[in-house]
Design a protein around this ligand. Structure first.
Ligand SMILES: Nc1ncnc2c1ncn2[C@@H]1O[C@H](COP(=O)(O)OP(=O)(O)OP(=O)(O)O)[C@@H](O)[C@H]1O
Length: 279
């Protein structure tokens, strides 16, 4: 087993021979315990990256390496043990008639022994705080609860990487916040690497690194603070910045000096208090 990382090496991909490239010479690495957000306008290739990472698609050029293993049709089952995926619409990911069956499904596919499955069902439902719902029918749950179960099903297989592809897009603001809190707790407790594909800028600020896609290419890479401080460049490709970041710009135009690009209200408030004290 190689180093714990996912690596895209000069990956180019198109869906059909006679269609244009959807990804062009994409290279990046996701290391252990990292939280990487992938952003970009519609059609920039984000979901395609997720599918390539998990072996749902294979590139025509370049290679994808997961834990030292090249992703090919032969290694795909091994790869999927390490790279779990949660999609946007929870209703499309349920297969079992009860929550318990559903969480067990991925493990059955990987041929796990029964005792281990029982243990993992319990642990992963506890991790997403859904242990009371083990015997419930998945389709009767709320959107946020369904996504928790989808996350539990992925956790049960004990992957090293979890990709959330617009996993909070169908939830209301409260549901989104709860899911992101669950995900962030799970990431810290289990030393996982996370890849979140999202249009929600608040979610992006939680990541340790951001990859900005544009027209199938990696256009920018950096910490959320780096990326959001380059507003003009982001606007050029039609991307927005968080509200608090825009507010900071207005304040600067009014003559206030701020020490850094704020990522949330708390940071902006702290900076404002300090600059007031220094006035
Ligand atoms: N199954 C498919 N067959 C053909 N073309 C596809 C297929 N899936 C996606 N595409 C095309 O590939 C390009 C990239 O799509 P992708 O879904 O990766 O973008 P995205 O950045 O995730 O977009 P969004 O933010 O809208 O989800 C788009 O032009 C899209 O139309």
């Amino acid at each position: 087993m190689g180093e714990r990382q996912v690596e895209f090496r000069h990956v180019s991909f198109k869906y059909q021979e006679d269609m244009p490239w959807v990804l062009k010479d994409v290279s990046f690495t996701i290391g252990p315990d990292e939280w990487v957000a992938i952003i970009g306008h519609n059609g920039s290739g984000k979901s395609t990256i997720a599918k390539l990472m998990n072996g749902l698609l294979f590139p025509q050029e370049g290679e994808i390496i997961v834990d030292g293993m090249k992703v090919t049709p032969e290694t795909v089952w091994e790869v999927r043990k390490q790279v779990g995926m949660v999609f946007q619409n929870p209703d499309n990911q349920f297969v079992g008639t009860t929550v318990r069956d559903d969480v067990a499904f991925g493990m059955e596919n990987h041929g796990m022994p029964r005792e281990l499955m029982v243990e993992r069902i319990k642990e992963s439902l506890e991790a997403v705080r859904m242990e009371a719902y083990e015997r419930h029918e998945p389709h009767r749950l709320s959107g946020g609860q369904k996504q928790r179960i989808a996350i539990a099903s992925v956790l049960a297989v004990s992957p090293e990487f979890i990709i959330l592809d617009e996993a909070t897009a169908m939830l209301d603001p409260k549901g989104r916040k709860e899911i992101m809190k669950t995900v962030s707790d799970v990431q810290q407790e289990r030393d996982l690497s996370l890849v979140t594909i999202t249009h929600d800028l608040q979610e992006v600020t939680l990541a340790s690194r951001v990859i900005v896609m544009n027209g199938g290419e990696v256009w920018m890479e950096g910490t959320p603070r780096d990326v959001f401080s380059r507003k003009e460049q982001l606007t050029e490709i039609g991307l927005d910045t968080p509200f608090v970041s825009k507010m900071a710009d207005h304040l600067k135009e009014e003559g206030l000096s701020l020490s850094r690009e704020p990522l949330n209200h708390q940071e902006l408030l702290e900076d404002l208090c300090t600059s007031r004290l220094n006035m």
